[in-house]
Design a protein around this ligand. Structure first.
Ligand code: ADP
Ligand code: ASP
Ligand code: MG
Length: 420
């Protein structure tokens, strides 16, 4: 008998009929002789609607109250799913993040899971219950409710799989697996049979929102076999995520993603002396604002100053406005320029290691389409370019074609696929 953690996203539990379907998917695995923990997201667009509602009240809600508000979405779906399973004659019980023992750091909106005490879940599993857990939430000191960041139910599921030493973690969504790029943007995107944790992590970080980046980080850390599959096509095994060492790369690039949820901030005329960059990023860190790309211009003007540019998430913009003056004063900058017209386009592939010329090829493809690059950042297996929003679709299509991401299977596994 195995233990399987399943996770059902918002579209999979969008209405009562879909919740009844999910109940059947859960029972199917139970009848295969497994113990089941099912993690659920909020129904459909519930979280977006809750955020919209808060904005009708205030544009500066307290982080704590936002967590109280947003955590309600998953509580609705978990109880409805438990009822649907009970209705079909199987024992099910729903638990909030706190009841499931999910402890997080003391921070709201994007809290990290610190540890999980799975005692209560194990007890219910031993009593032959199917355990339904609310995704995206946990608790910290003083029993305060926290949330894990948008899309965080994936991380709840993988972290539970780690804590329970589950045999696998299946993420059910509205797509049939992980594709070379978002199948809603590039219709000819190809489903990947398998992808490495490393590549999936980079893809998730650069905007492939099919998985929450921290869920992939956790799966990699605990080596949890993970599948992304469709809740509407249960017979399809979807995409398997495994260690890079088990893979063989036939092409340099495995996937492509775009992210239009960032802003570029340029701090103008920062004196070229030690300590200024530290001051800027300390102020941002103290406000809990994460920074993605950073670029510093080369000081060659008479004032001996640089411009420092970086990107932040649009979600953090109102927090940024609160510290804008503090930033200017701390480093005596002349101005701060905010550029909202950006989209980040990235290519990812472990196959680009030891294959020179991939960056040049990406830049040339963009140049051929007369697309100007505003910023570039790279890692060992990723190249990102910031471009104007109006070019996003053209860039994605051109790069998908050039790197053969709309062709046949991209990455091959060494030997046979592990059976799960
Ligand atoms: P869920 O509600 O199930 O968590 P999400 O909306 O968070 O679903 O994630 C699924 C969506 O991710 C898909 O509908 C798809 O548009 C998008 N997506 C982006 N990049 C990819 C990709 N490379 N492969 C598959 N889906 C992707
Ligand atoms: N409901 C949350 C969101 O919409 C968490 C999740 O779905 O994973 O972001
Ligand atoms: Mg999601």
């Amino acid at each position: 008998m195995g233990l399987i953690v399943q996770k059902f996203g918002g579209t999979s539990v969008a209405d009562s009929e879909k919740i009844k379907n999910v109940a059947k998917a859960v029972i199917k695995e139970k009848l295969n002789g497994n113990k089941i923990v099912a993690v659920v997201s909020a129904m459909g667009h519930t979280t977006d609607n809750l955020i919209k509602l808060s904005k009708e009240i205030t544009h500066r809600p307290q982080d704590r109250e936002m967590d109280m508000l947003m955590s309600t979405g998953e509580i609705v779906s978990m109880s409805l799913l438990a009822m649907a399973i009970n209705e079909l004659g199987f024992k099910a019980i729903s638990l909030t993040g706190q009841q499931a023992g999910i402890r997080t750091e003391n921070s709201h909106l994007k809290a990290r899971i610190l540890n999980i005490d799975p005692k209560r879940i194990k007890k219910h599993l031993n009593d032959d219950y199917i355990v339904i857990v609310a995704g995206f939430q946990g608790y910290c000191d003083d029993n305060e409710i926290t949330t894990l960041g948008r899309g965080g139910s994936d991380t709840t599921a993988v972290a539970l799989a780690g804590a329970l030493k589950a045999d696998r973690c299946d993420i059910y969504s509205d797509v049939e697996g992980v594709y070379t790029t978002d199948p809603r943007i590039v219709k000819t995107a190809q489903k990947l049979e398998v992808i490495s944790y490393e590549e999936m992590l980079e893809l998730a970080r650069v905007g492939a929102n099919v998985l929450h980046p921290r869920s992939v980080e956790t799966a990699k850390l605990y080596q949890i076999p993970m599948r992304v599959r469709s809740s509407f096509k249960l017979e399809d095994l979807g995409t398997l995520i495994i260690g890079v060492e088990e893979m063989e790369f036939s092409r340099p690039v495995t996937g492509l993603a775009s992210d239009s949820s960032q802003l570029r901030i340029v701090i103008c005329d920062v004196k070229d002396r030690p300590g200024n960059a530290g001051k800027i990023f300390d102020i941002l860190a103290n406000k809990n604002i994460s920074v993605d790309m950073i670029i510093q211009s080369y000081a060659r003007n008479q004032k001996n100053t640089n411009d420092i540019a970086f990107t932040i998430s649009t979600e953090d913009f109102s927090k940024f406005e609160e510290i804008k003056e503090e930033l200017i004063n701390a480093i005596s900058a002349s101005d701060i320029f905010i550029d909202e017209d950006i989209v980040k386009v990235s290519i990812v592939g472990a196959g680009m290691i030891d294959r020179p010329g991939i960056a040049a090829k990406m830049f040339n493809i963009l140049a051929q389409k007369e697309i100007n690059i505003k910023m570039i950042s790279t890692s060992e297996i990723k190249i990102s370019c910031l471009i104007e929003k109006k070019h996003a679709q053209t860039a994605v299509n051109a790069l998908a074609e050039a790197f053969e991401l709309d062709g046949s299977t991209i990455a091959d596994v060494k030997g046979d696929l592990p059976s799960l």
